[in-house]
Design a protein around this ligand. Structure first.
Ligand code: SF4
Ligand code: SF4
Length: 86
């Protein structure tokens, strides 16, 4: 299981979660070339250690544990993984 970033990140994308993550598994960061192209950030499902540290810092509540991900955003699980080719 991993945490997933969903639709509310689109339009905010402030990278607050990046600084909260102890294992650096949220990308793209502001200094990465992909940052301008992507509508939202993504969590690497393999590297994520399920610590939950990113959840409370998100101003728009876009991050969910897989079990808590609203059904309407189910497609974001694959979208996060796809960014990492996983
Ligand atoms: S749950 Fe923890 S490890 Fe996973 S993305 Fe959030 S801060 Fe990083
Ligand atoms: S803190 Fe929330 S809105 Fe900001 S980049 Fe992370 S997921 Fe997106």
């Amino acid at each position: 299981m991993a945490y997933v970033i969903a639709e509310p990140c689109i339009g905010t994308k402030d990278t607050a979660c990046v600084d909260a993550c102890p294992v650096d598994c949220i990308h793209p960061k502001k200094d990465e070339p992909e940052y301008e192209k992507e509508e939202l950030l993504y969590i690497d499902p393999v590297e994520c250690i399920d610590c939950g540290a990113c959840v409370p810092v998100c101003p728009v509540s876009a991050i969910f544990a897989l079990d808590d991900l609203p059904e309407k955003w189910a497609s974001f699980t694959a979208l996060n993984a796809a960014y990492y080719g996983k």
